[in-house]
Design a protein around this ligand. Structure first.
Ligand code: ZN
Length: 158
């Protein structure tokens, strides 16, 4: 994947800036901020590329990955370590699906569920993410998917 090492970033073990598509999906932010995150999260996003592409997704709009903040309960957010990303829209070549408008709350995983629900189901089944929060979680997540990896992923394979 195209990236460069980022300057030392408070709280982030392995900070990088992603410079191109991850797993065939371009991540972009409305405010044009760079995609700065821990490289382990970048690897996870790379790995889910085929799932997103399988749903026709070529672009993903995020609001923040690395963000210095705490959770509402006061514990450090995984965003503050570059281990989380908030994704608001997924776009195919001819349509944009926003979590706010197109995710159907409290809908079971099924082949006829809306595309964003099927994406969330598929992402969940990978078990790559420690936190995969959707509008079903709480009001704070009514308009985005929060994807976060574990602080110390277990070694893969065994
Ligand atoms: Zn988040």
């Amino acid at each position: 994947m195209p990236f460069e090492e980022a300057a030392p970033t408070r709280g982030v073990d392995l900070p990088i800036v992603v410079l191109g598509p991850l797993g065939g999906v371009e991540y972009w932010a409305s405010d044009r901020r760079p995609l700065l995150l821990d490289c382990r999260l970048a690897v996870a996003l790379h790995e889910i590329g085929p799932i997103l592409r399988g749903h026709g997704v070529v672009r993903a709009r995020f609001s923040g990955a690395y963000v210095l903040r705490t959770t509402r309960s006061g514990r450090p957010s995984r965003h503050a370590r570059g281990l989380a990303i908030d994704v608001h829209d997924l776009a195919t070549v001819d349509a944009t699906f926003s979590v706010k408008q197109h995710f159907a709350r409290n809908t079971p995983c099924a082949p006829d569920a809306p595309v964003l629900n099927r994406v969330a189901c598929d992402l969940s089944s990978t078990q790559l993410f420690r936190e995969l929060l959707t509008p079903d979680y709480d009001r704070d997540h009514h308009d985005h998917f929060h994807l976060a990896i574990a602080d110390d992923p277990a070694p893969s394979g065994s």
